[in-house]
Design a protein around this ligand. Structure first.
Ligand SMILES: Nc1ncnc2c1ncn2[C@@H]1O[C@H](COP(=O)(O)OP(=O)(O)O)[C@@H](O)[C@H]1O
Ligand SMILES: [Mg+2]
Length: 228
């Protein structure tokens, strides 16, 4: 059974009376442990797709199944529990809460889910991400690379089955970007996680098992040669 599957997804925005087909009948099927990269020009619908696949936004039509469950058939409470348990999300702009320390930001999903954090896994995670000595700092006291690693720890704290990453290296220098990607791939290997990543970085996109391209809302598989 695929870990994630969607059929005939449609999302239309309106600018005045003009419809914008942000997603135009997208199909995707992803198996557990796969790494899928999604490329495409700015405005082609990549973020919209990721938001819908992860339940942050609703489609106009179509369904998304995660682990066999129709995510938009769940009520808000069910889905919020499901999401906290199964899905992690990493944004380009980190999205950390500025008044909370790194540690508090990382533990946020667990607090929301009413779960008791595992001290052992927390320690392991911050060690692996190289932020063990920064966890009592506020985001504003951390570098961009460190802030993104805090965001990664927050996405991984519940050992999600699927990690969605929307241009996670977009605001990082080359070295931080490379470190971040190797950490995500390491976590994926350790916990058999599925990784779905939007990126502008062709070399990074080529590391995926499969590559898809978004063009004006149309999602299609491409070969690695077609990336470049
Ligand atoms: N909330 C919104 N309201 C209206 N139009 C939107 C909204 N979000 C995205 N769009 C439009 O949908 C299209 C796809 O946007 P987006 O998914 O952000 O693309 P990408 O991530 O590939 O840059 C763009 O034309 C964008 O302007
Ligand atoms: Mg985007």
């Amino acid at each position: 059974m695929p870990i994630l599957q969607c059929s005939d997804l449609i999302k239309t925005y309106f600018q005045g009376d003009t419809p914008i087909n942000a997603i135009n009948r997208a199909f995707i099927k992803v198996m557990r442990g796969e790494f899928i990269s999604i490329i495409g020009q700015s405005g082609s619908g990549k973020s919209t797709l990721l938001h819908i696949l992860s339940g942050l936004d609703r489609p106009g039509a179509g369904k998304v199944y995660i682990d066999g469950k129709d995510i938009f058939a769940m009520n808000d409470r069910e889905f919020s529990k499901f999401r906290n348990k199964n899905l992690g999300f990493i944004f380009q702009s980190f999205n950390l809460l500025p008044t909370l320390t790194a540690k508090e930001n990382i533990l946020m999903p667990q607090l929301i889910a009413g779960q008791t954090p595992s001290k052992q896994y927390f320690d392991e995670l911050v060690e692996m991400l190289g932020i063990a000595d920064r966890i009592h700092h506020l985001p504003s006291e951390l570098s961009g690379g460190q802030q993104q690693r805090v965001a990664v720890a927050r996405a991984l704290i519940n050992k999600p089955k699927i990690v969605f990453a929307d241009e996670p290296t977009g605001n990082l220098d080359a070295k931080s970007a490379e470190e971040l990607v190797s950490l995500l791939l390491k976590s994926r290997e350790l916990y058999n996680q599925t990784l779905i990543m939007v990126t502008h970085d062709s070399n990074l996109a080529a590391k995926a098992d499969r590559v898809m391209r978004m063009t004006n809302g149309i999602l299609e598989p491409i070969t690695k040669e077609q990336i470049f």
